[in-house]
Write a protein that binds this ligand. Sequence first.
Ligand SMILES: [Ca+2]
Ligand SMILES: [Ca+2]
Ligand SMILES: [Ca+2]
Length: 78
Amino acid sequence: MTDALRGLVIALGCALVTACGPPPPDRDGDGFDASDDCNDANAKVHPDAAELCDDGIDNDCNLMVDVGDAACAGGPGA
Ligand SMILES: [Ca+2]
Ligand SMILES: [Ca+2]
Ligand SMILES: [Ca+2]
């Protein structure tokens, strides 16, 4: 492999996996960076969001989903 080709491969790899620099701080723009946001591809999901009890996802990033979340009626602590 030539040096030029090797450089091109590295550049393409960085573009695909963003492994060559710091991660984007907040890809979905909800105010939480990827280290705090359990879903940095969905601006409606972040630690300050309210748990929605019927959408099948963990909206508030507390690792509990829908009726399994104490925020929902019927869940633990409800
Ligand atoms: Ca998010
Ligand atoms: Ca939910
Ligand atoms: Ca939750």
